[in-house]
Design a protein around this ligand. Structure first.
Ligand SMILES: Nc1ncnc2c1ncn2[C@@H]1O[C@H](COP(=O)(O)OP(=O)(O)OP(=O)(O)O)[C@@H](O)[C@H]1O
Ligand SMILES: [Mg+2]
Length: 313
């Protein structure tokens, strides 16, 4: 509610409710507050993330349109879709890295568009993120990689950090690798260390962007099961962006399927497997033939070749 936001700020003497008299900081607060329709009362307490009618464009290029999504606390939810459909963009909106062009992103009862820099920072501290290839600090040992955030963000004594690091490494089966350097790890081990580092501060939500890419089938299965196990044992909530359909469908509770910036389908893994929409069916069953073309949009092929011939002549 706009009035609520403004009253809050006015109580601190920072913003006056007349937009014509606002400074740039307050004006941006007012503009962003316009995107938050209520006080979050419509977001159920068991919902950790709620995305409401979100549209997003990079400049004038629309990327996401009319996105609605609900991520309940304690669940593992997958976000799937072919390359370029807008999955990472959606993660960035949830992480508050960017704000929607319109619509609302609610995280733990807060509308991200109404948060200032410090609010976004506080929210992000409670999020764990595992990126594709989960880059580690190459000049730090496995132990120091996992300890890094604890040292940066907590005032804990080193003896306590040691116990916590060992617990996190134990959780991913790599307690014995604490002294190794990243260059001494296999790809699957490196991904598990990155996972231990991402859960270092017991995040309320874990977001994974393509956590399985480049792994052999066994390591992939290990990571997929770890995502599930860590979610349940740490009592967190997980959002997994992935192309690896079969592995994901085995471990997640719910799936959203994004196509061309729109939410094309959603449901339980069983519902997605049984979905008869040609687009969803082709993706879930990994079929070469179907509505998804592998050719990047281009002009008429014959005309282009003739043009090449004329040029060569
Ligand atoms: N910073 C940016 N500026 C402009 N356009 C961008 C930017 N980042 C991404 N895009 C465009 O937005 C669209 C969606 O990108 P996004 O990275 O969200 O897709 P994705 O579904 O994560 O793809 P992939 O599976 O390949 O990672 C793409 O067409 C991409 O070219
Ligand atoms: Mg991506």
């Amino acid at each position: 509610m706009i009035a609520g936001v403004m009253a809050h700020d006015a109580s601190r003497g920072r913003c006056r409710p007349n937009p014509r008299r606002l400074g740039p900081y307050c004006r941006s607060r007012l503009e962003s507050a316009l995107y938050c329709s209520d006080d979050g009362l419509s977001v159920a307490p068991e919902t950790l993330i709620e995305i409401k009618d979100v549209n997003f464009a990079y400049g004038r290029r629309p990327i996401l349109s009319g996105i609605n999504m609900t991520i309940p606390r304690g669940k593992v939810v997958a976000l799937m879709g072919i390359s370029g459909s807008g999955k990472t963009t959606l993660l960035r909106l949830i992480g508050g890295v960017m704000k929607p062009t319109s619509g609302e992103v609610w995280v733990n009862g807060q509308c991200t568009s109404a948060l200032d820099q410090q609010g976004i920072y506080n929210m992000r501290r409670r999020m764990g993120m595992l990126f594709q290839f989960g880059a580690l600090f190459t000049d730090l040992s496995v132990y120091d990689n996992v300890a890094f955030q604890m040292r940066e963000h907590t005032g804990l004594p080193e003896s306590m950090i040691r116990d916590l690091v060992m617990m996190k490494l134990h959780a991913v089966g790599l307690r014995g690798a604490a002294k190794l350097m990243p260059a001494e790890l296999s790809g699957g081990m490196a991904r598990r260390v990155a996972l231990a580092r991402a859960i270092a501060l017991d995040p309320m939500i874990m977001m994974y962007d393509e956590p399985f890419t480049g792994l052999d089938p066994i390591s992939l299965g290990v990571i997929a099961n770890l995502v599930r196990e860590l979610n349940d044992t740490l009592g967190t909530t997980s959002l997994v962006v992935t192309h690896d359909v079969q592995e994901a469908l085995d471990v997640v509770d719910y799936v959203y399927y994004l196509s061309d910036g729109k939410m094309k389908a959603h449901g339980t893994p069983e519902e997605l497997r049984a979905n008869t929409d040609p687009l969803v069916h082709q993706f879930v069953h990994g079929e070469a033939e179907g509505p998804v073309a592998y050719q990047y949009p281009s002009g008429d092929y014959a005309a282009e070749l003739r043009m090449g011939g004329r040029r060569a002549a």
